[in-house]
Design a protein around this ligand. Structure first.
Ligand code: BG6
Length: 524
């Protein structure tokens, strides 16, 4: 079924419906910004797994705490194979909801929230469990004085993608809301969406036969991070950036993800995927799209996603000379990792965008595990000042850095006069550090925000099917060369910067490191 196609039992949503949900963008907009009301059933499939416990339920709890999930209309169902009671599931979750202030009101909140959760046990590929689940949802709807089958039904698949097709089929056959009674059915899925272009396309085709694209929410949690969400505002609401954001002024752009721990506990999964599939092809590429895209016609999700797809389609084939792979020493000691694993735990890959704005500007994507620090940032390095009279070059280039995490911030590195009697120059920065500037403001967790978007029907921060395809098209040839052992990762020491060859590639791509200057996040 294509976009906006119809089906007999599914609630069909037209693309762009409910587009203006984001409060700050919705001012003065039409009635679409009014939230839907009525019975809401949230079903977490894979409820006893790690993702559900660590991310999905805590995110639902935060939404509940902030009043976005009203006990008068919401019920949460956990579904998994494990045979446990409602309390059994609640006990498993409780410990992960403890980010409160330890007060009695917090524990009351936790207890009230847990009472909203019911557990249903069943397999992922037979109908009994799903019939039972549907019965439980219907009972909830009736108890809320709604008509059976009339609710909003949100299915969150906190499951391995291998079971997506069978689970989706079961939902489609047994658990849909009845569109003629209002409401909707939506499905949330997590990466990895396939391992390469053809497996991803297979998966998309299978899901596409069961649900319309507007019903499918492909989560990339980087799109829920505060500073990633800020990118469009920053780029298109500020006159500063408009004339500078192009090949005439920008020399190179780095998008970096570093973690200071290895793959402990996840070796089995990771070894099958590697750092490019785990981080670069999705999280970093999504960030690249927002950094590089043209201004969308409007803030409607489809307009934004149209522009993102165009960027992806303009990326040139990756050249092997512009790739450095690494694997940290000791990675293979993990018993779940194969002894002759060729899987990279580190990669630097230069992407080149063939369009009028970016021709010649390298986008350096860098991601690694077991490195010397943990951070994610976008580093935009500007060209040297022409006709320089202040020896600016010696100071280092202008850079605009967006620190996604930790210590969310954006800062501009610039050359200024060194304070004092001498006329000499120094590197300094204009600094917008969130903790300092927005004291007392809690930055929402990515999952929290994205789940709220799914309830509101806003697909802006979710990956569309053609986006996913274009993303796999970029990386599949390289991934196949690695899988076939034609490219080998270089060894690096855990706790280091990664292979030195990666720094050499960075320099070759044009990045000029600033010496003698380091940005220190301001303390409160
Ligand atoms: C996940 C990856 O998608 O993102 C993990 O599978 C990685 O390997 C994680 O650790 C990083 O997320 P965050 O939000 O901590 O940067």
């Amino acid at each position: 079924m294509g976009l906006g196609g119809s089906s007999s039992t599914s609630s069909v949503e037209s693309p762009g419906k409910n587009s203006f949900r984001s409060d700050s963008f919705s001012e003065g907009k039409d009635s679409e910004s009014v939230l839907e009301k009525g019975c809401l059933s949230i079903v977490v499939l894979g409820a006893s797994g790690d993702l559900a416990k660590k991310k999905t339920f805590p995110a639902l709890f935060h939404l509940y705490q902030q009043g976005f999930l009203q006990p008068s209309e919401v019920y949460i169902f956990g579904y998994a194979r494990t045979k446990i009671s409602d309390d059994g599931l609640r006990d498993r979750i409780r410990g992960h909801l403890s980010q409160g202030n330890g007060t009695s009101s917090h524990s009351e909140n936790v207890s009230e929230f847990l009472q909203l959760i019911k557990y249903v046990s069943g397999s992922y590929d037979t109908e009994e469990g799903f019939r039972l689940l549907d019965k439980e949802i219907s009972e909830h709807e009736i108890s809320k004085n709604s008509q059976e089958g009339s609710s909003r039904r949100l299915f969150y698949l906190a499951l391995p993608p291998s079971v997506y097709p069978s689970v989706c089929k079961m939902i489609r056959n047994y658990c849909m809301n009845r569109s003629d009674l209002g409401g909707w059915t939506r499905i949330v899925v997590e990466k990895p969406f396939g391992k390469d272009l053809s497996t991803a396309e297979d998966l998309s085709a299978q899901l596409g036969e069961l649900f319309d694209e507007p019903q499918i929410y492909r989560i990339d949690h980087y799109l829920g991070k505060e500073l990633v969400q800020n990118l469009l505002v920053l780029r298109f609401a500020n006159r500063f950036f408009l004339p500078l954001w192009n090949r005439d002024n920008i020399d190179n752009i780095q998008i970096v993800f570093r973690e200071d721990f290895g793959t402990e506990g996840r070796g089995g999964y990771f070894d099958e995927y590697g750092i490019i599939r785990d981080i670069i092809q999705n999280h970093l590429l999504q960030v690249l799209c927002l950094v590089a895209m043209e201004k969308p016609v409007s803030l409607k999700p489809e307009h934004i996603r149209d522009e993102k797809v165009k960027v992806l389609q303009s990326v040139l084939p990756i050249s092997d000379e512009e790739v450095v792979l690494g694997q940290y020493e000791g990675y293979k000691n993990d018993p779940t990792v194969s002894n002759n694993s060729n899987t990279p735990t580190f990669a630097t890959v230069v992407l080149r965008i063939h369009n009028e704005r970016w021709e010649g500007v390298p986008f350096i994507m860098k991601a690694g595990k077991a490195l010397n620090s943990r951070k994610a940032e976008i580093r935009v390095q500007f060209k040297d000042v022409p006709g320089d009279i202040f020896k600016c070059k010696k100071q280092g280039r202008n850079e605009f850095v967006i620190r996604l995490q930790p210590s969310e911030a954006m800062y501009m590195k610039l050359t200024v006069k060194k304070p004092g009697l001498e006329m000499s120059t120094i590197q300094s920065e204009l600094d917008l550090s969130y903790k300092q500037r927005y004291q007392g403001v809690t930055i929402p967790e990515a999952y929290e925000r994205l789940i709220l978007d799914t309830i509101r029907g806003d697909q802006q921060h979710f990956v569309r099917r053609d986006e996913l395809k274009a993303a796999w098209e970029i990386f599949t040839p390289l991934l196949h060369r690695i899988d076939e052992g034609k490219m080998k990762p270089l060894a690096y020491k855990p706790g280091s910067r990664g292979p030195v060859e990666a720094d050499e590639l960075l320099a070759k791509a044009g990045y000029v490191q600033t010496h003698g200057y380091i940005w220190v996040p301001p303390s409160l």
